[in-house]
Ligand binder design. Structure first.
Ligand code: IPM
Ligand code: MN
Length: 376
């Protein structure tokens, strides 16, 4: 197969980050290198620091240099940030702030969090098999607005004691751009969109609902329903299979996706994509930051116990959304599913009594299958 010309090699920034981040990113890179061998692609990787690692090295959780490198790249892949080591750091310097800054600086307005339950994992879920079988939902979380970024956000002391304020603010264009993306995704899937808000209480939610209703006219193939966030918290546990695409504001999406992560039995298998409006390396693609949903898991860092599946599947999303390489993305997804189905599993998913695979053993097996399937 002809190798790609160096000049057009897609550029991928790697942010291994903290805790188990470096271990899981290493396995995702193996999967991408397996794609290079199997499909003749070539990728240019650049490894940079974010979060606690950047704080230790440079005194800040994210430097302008790293943002600039992302602007020159087609995609970025991140492990995780944060850990007890930095718990006493001042709020503006916390590792998590690096993540919030990169989302805002790069305009990563839409966070896609697909949650599906592979048949092999149905028995691992804490919920009944009949509830989780067939779950295949996609949460689209607004990522650069709402209460995470609204001003004022501060605390003070008055005569009556300590007080604090955060502001949940949205403009219509911020709601409409994530709404259009969600409608488009629903149209390409099963044609159902659930918009989640708290419009019985919040002004920002009433605006959210109004904009979703207005957009709905442009997507006659999509059936839109509005669900209050407290009710959605219940439906996600009682009847998750009835949903297709779910769109919601920043903090509701943060909370609901942690809840949804219990459906497949381990948060370790779930990937995510945070997309911008800027184009990526392929036709119809966008620059994105890809990361597993799980955190830095400092309690198991360095022990080879972390499940790299969520990061490997994030690399598959990167191939699809930023590089336009659907075939390669699907090859990684098939390899991960078959490895798990064959019982090669890290400790979080190993059936009772079965030996757990290490992080690297799982990653090696995925990479091997990506290559052998493509050659078979
Ligand atoms: C997430 C995380 C982040 C968030 C934190 C680490 C800032 O929980 O990506 O879901 O709240 O968005
Ligand atoms: Mn979260």
């Amino acid at each position: 197969m002809p190798l790609q010309d160096e000049g057009v090699m897609p550029k991928i920034v790697l942010f291994p980050g903290d805790g188990v981040g470096p271990e899981v990113v290493a396995e995702a890179v193996k999967a991408l290198q397996a794609v290079e061998r199997a499909f003749g692609d070539r990728f240019a990787f650049e490894t940079l620091a974010i979060g606690g690692e950047a704080l230790d090295r440079y005194g800040v959780p994210l430097r302008p240099e790293e943002i600039a490198a992302c602007r020159r790249a087609d995609a970025a892949l991140l492990g995780a940030v944060g850990g007890p080591k930095w718990d006493r750091v001042e709020p503006p310097l916390r590792p998590e702030r690096g993540l919030l800054q990169i989302r805002q600086a790069l305009g990563l307005f839409a966070n896609l969090r697909p949650v599906s339950v592979m048949p092999a994992l149905v028995p691992e879920s804490p919920l009944k098999p009949e509830i989780v079988a067939g779950v295949d939902l996609l949460v689209v979380r607004e990522l650069t607005g709402g209460i995470y970024f609204g001003k004022p956000s501060r605390r003070w002391t008055s005569a009556r004691g300590r007080a604090a304020v955060d502001t949940l603010r949205y403009r219509e264009d911020e709601i409409a751009r994530v709404g259009r993306l969600a409608f488009g995704l629903a149209r390409a899937r099963r044609g159902r969109l659930a918009s989640v808000d708290k419009s019985n209480v919040l002004q920002s939610s009433r605006l959210w609902r109004e904009i979703m209703d207005e957009l709905s006219a442009g997507y006659p193939e999509v059936e839109l329903e509005h669900v209050l966030v407290d009710a959605m918290a219940m439906h996600l546990i009682k009847s998750p299979a009835r949903f297709d695409v779910i769109v919601t504001e920043n903090m509701f999406g943060d909370i609901l996706t942690d809840e949804a992560s219990v459906l497949p039995g381990s948060i370790g298998v779930l990937p995510s994509a945070s997309l911008s409006a800027r184009g990526g390396a392929g036709e119809g693609t966008r620059f994105g930051l890809y990361e597993p949903i799980h955190g830095s898991a400092p309690d198991i860092a360095g022990e080879g116990k972390a499940n790299p599946a969520g990061t490997i599947l994030s690399a598959a999303m990167l191939l699809r959304w930023s590089l336009g390489k659907e075939e390669q993305a699907a090859a990684i997804e098939r390899a991960v599913a078959s490895v798990i189905a064959d019982g090669v599993r890290t400790a979080d998913l190993a059936p009772r009594g079965a030996a757990a695979a290490s992080t690297t053993a799982f990653g090696d097996e995925v990479a091997r299958r990506v290559v052998s399937e493509a050659n078979g």
